[in-house]
Structures are given as C-alpha cells and as structure tokens.
Ligand binder design. Structure first.
Ligand SMILES: [Zn+2]
Length: 129
C-alpha cells in the first residue's frame, strides 16, 4: 500500500526542500522527480530561501478541524527571496498589523493535529520581522 502523499513528502515539506534544474536553472517547490518547466530529470535538491515578503494575506476564521486550535489565523502568499512563491500561516503577529510587502522569515512549527489519527504535522510558518 502506498503511504499518503503528505507522508512521502514530509521531509521536503518540513525542511523546505524543492528542485533546482541543472539544465534550465528553474527552481520549484514542492520537490518533484523532474523539472516542471523543461521536464529534465537533471535536477538537484534545493533548499528554499528562509526569508521573503508578504504578497497577499487573509484571515481564516473557519478552518478545517485539524487546524481549529489556531483559529482565527492569518494565511499569506509569500514570495521568498529566491523568487519561489509559497503559502503559509503568518504567526506571532496581529492581523491588523500585518501589511503587504512586510518582510518575513520562515520558522518551523506544528501545522496541524489530527486527533483521531494522533497525527501531528510539522512544517514552516512565517513571522514578520
Ligand atoms: Zn528545467
């Protein structure tokens, strides 16, 4: 039986590892087995930039059950300093004080807890600085 996708990708998601294509130099995330731009398999692991800026953000007031303990929380579209765009929770900051263009840094935290399965997912979130 094949393990769930989240389990297979846990290391990459947890560590923020994507691809760097050695042929066309395209960087992408999450990690894949080939370049998403030119389909080359001549790729290496690439560690995402740990800082970036907020492009857009919104407040989530009715999240899924496994993230309800964070409600309400802020979710943002972040452009990392290497140009890769990711979504992530913006933490340790009041919604009213968050602004587009704010600089953020990546931190590692618990993302969600599935109480029935007892499964705790870890990954990155962002803190303005
Ligand atoms: Zn490529």
């Amino acid at each position: 039986m094949e393990p769930p996708k989240i389990w297979r990708e846990r290391r990459e998601r947890y560590l923020g590892i994507g691809n760097n294509c050695l042929d066309c130099k395209e960087k992408s995330f999450p990690k894949a087995n080939y370049c998403l731009k030119c389909s080359s398999k001549n790729i290496e692991e690439y560690k995402l930039a740990r800082t970036g800026k907020i492009l857009h953000f919104t407040q989530v007031t009715q999240p899924a059950q496994e993230t309800i303990m964070y409600s309400p929380f802020i979710i943002g579209l972040i452009e990392l300093d290497d140009g890769i765009k990711v979504t992530g929770q913006i933490v340790d900051y009041n919604y009213d004080d968050v602004k587009e263009g704010m600089k953020v840094r990546m931190i590692f935290r618990v993302l969600s807890i599935d109480k029935e399965e007892g499964l705790i997912k870890y990954g990155y979130k962002f803190v303005p600085y």
